[in-house]
Ligand binder design. Structure first.
Ligand SMILES: Cc1cc2nc3c(=O)[nH]c(=O)nc-3n(C[C@H](O)[C@H](O)[C@H](O)COP(=O)(O)OP(=O)(O)OC[C@H]3O[C@@H](n4cnc5c(N)ncnc54)[C@H](O)[C@@H]3O)c2cc1C
Length: 451
């Protein structure tokens, strides 16, 4: 990538134009407030929801609001820490608006997480199912998102986004400067030469840079794919896998009740990477979809306002109950039952999902609904179920044949035995460090597109 690495940089002075914007900078924008780390510094990580779609929206919307507030401008550069989806979006959005952007990335690569996720299908609208726009398969954004974002495999999206970044970094007289191997370790609010506030980012062993505002987009947390006490560590979520290639006779075990777990279980069970297409085939009764939409809406609102560390059990319990009602409505349709049967009959492996709690904890309605639907269908047909609530993995050892020998805790667990694949989706381990305490409100009810 054509990029530069340097140890110093600062906004050029243009006091007259800055002074015009000082009044605007006093405006309190609720979106900026919800992401605020310090004066002129905003957090785009450690927040929920956190899908790629949400991160792209965060990056673009933060920049739009920083422009409106006057905190960034052609003579007040934007500083961005982290070249993932959020940081790259923010830097490109600023440049597109005529604002210089400096992008600092600790590694030597952008969008590294998704680069090799060749089997992970991303549909920017599917998280919103069953809201009316879910079938568009596009990020609706009113033109303010600089990255192309139609439904595609994550690795292909990452390549397109990287190419967009590279082209911008290499463009003549570009306003974008990328600094690789530049880990941000601190931020400070400063007074710029025209006496308005600005920000400074400190980079490990590189120096410091100043600008109008900073977006801290260094990613979230480290994924937890280990089974404690067994020495087993599973494959990461964002990596290549063969779950959709496995045939009849194969046995897949998934541990976890969140969206990553359900996504992988459904992929293994149906042989499809793209649950949006699967939903279309199923042609779900609108009455069932309406129940789900209402329950998901209530749950989002509850989660946003829970106190820190507050239990989400009631919320998840209600969600599961309503989804189960919706599943029963959907399964009453003979055509849907035929489609589900055909999907499962095509030589698919046996898939077991074990999870500690009695309910699922997924964030997106789609995967919760489909998991409960397939589970109910299998149980009604007297076949091995998909979901094993109250069960956990007790031990995993490499099998003498191939795969893994697994034992379980819990009265309603699958029988101990050999599995060809063991997928562990236990959420996150540690928080990536941020230089200041995170904003108080970390659960957001994000707009569906840049408002
Ligand atoms: C198990 C799991 C399942 C998920 N499922 C989905 C899904 O189905 N669909 C979906 O859309 N999303 C999913 N996500 C979320 C998705 O991974 C994130 O939304 C997205 O990758 C976050 O993008 P980002 O730009 O915020 O951070 P990242 O992509 O993590 O990028 C952060 C960048 O910052 C760099 N960095 C770190 N520290 C510093 C520093 N101090 N200074 C400078 N640079 C630094 C890193 O090297 C990295 O390049 C999932 C995540 C997990 C873990």
């Amino acid at each position: 990538m054509s990029s530069r690495r340097s140890s110093a940089g600062a906004a050029p002075a243009d006091k007259g134009r800055r002074a015009q914007r000082i009044g605007l900078a006093g405006v309190t924008d609720p979106y900026l407030q919800a992401h605020r780390l310090a004066e002129r510094a905003y957090l785009a990580s450690h927040l929920t929801p956190i899908s790629l779609r949400d991160q792209v929206l965060r990056g673009a919307t933060l920049v739009a609001r920083l422009l409106q507030s006057g905190e960034i401008a052609p003579d007040r550069p934007l500083l961005v820490a982290g070249a993932g989806a959020a940081g790259v979006t923010a830097a490109l959005a600023a440049v597109r608006a005529g604002v210089p952007a400096m992008l600092f990335e600790a590694s030597n690569d952008s969008l590294a997480l998704q680069r090799f996720a060749g089997s992970r299908f991303i549909d920017p609208a599917v998280y919103d199912w069953p809201v009316d726009h879910w079938g568009s398969r596009l990020l609706r954004h009113g033109g303010s998102v600089p990255l192309p974002f139609a439904a595609d495999y994550a690795s292909r999206l990452a390549s397109q986004w990287m190419a967009t970044l590279q082209a911008q970094a290499a463009a003549p007289a570009t306003l974008l400067t990328c600094y690789w191997g530049a880990a941000a370790i601190g931020i400070a609010t400063i007074q710029l030469p025209d006496t308005t506030l600005g920000t400074r980012v400190v980079l490990d062993g590189v120096g410091s840079f100043e600008g109008g505002a900073l977006i801290w987009a260094t990613g979230d947390k480290q994924e937890d794919t280990a089974i404690a006490g067994s020495g087993f560590t599973g494959r990461p979520f964002w990596g290549p896998d063969d779950l959709t290639m496995l045939g009849a006779g194969a046995r897949v075990l998934v541990s976890g009740a969140g969206d990553g777990a359900l996504q992988d279980a459904l992929r293994a069970l149906t042989g499809r990477d793209d649950m949006g297409y699967l939903l279309r085939d199923l042609d779900i009764d609108p009455a069932a979809a309406a129940l789900v939409q209402s329950a998901e809406d209530r749950a989002h609102r509850i989660r946003v306002w829970l106190p820190a560390g507050g239990s989400r059990a009631n919320c998840f319990r209600e969600l599961d109950d309503v989804h189960r009602d919706a599943v029963n409505i959907a399964l009453a349709a003979p055509r849907l039952r035929t489609t589900v049967d055909a999907t499962l009959a095509a030589g698919r492996p046996m898939v077991c999902v074990v999870h500690r709690q009695p309910w699922l904890t997924a964030y997106y309605g789609l995967n919760r609904f489909l998991a409960l639907l397939f589970d109910r269908f299998l149980r009604n047909a007297g076949r091995d179920p998909l979901l094993y609530p109250g069960a956990t993995i007790a031990g995993v050892t490499a099998s003498a044949a191939s795969g893994w020998d697994v034992s379980f805790n819990g009265t309603a667990a699958p029988p101990a035995g050999r599995f060809d694949r063991v997928v562990v989706r236990h959420g996150y381990k540690d928080m990536a460090p941020i230089p200041l305490p995170a904003p108080l409100i970390r659960n957001h009810l994000l707009p569906y597109h840049c408002p």
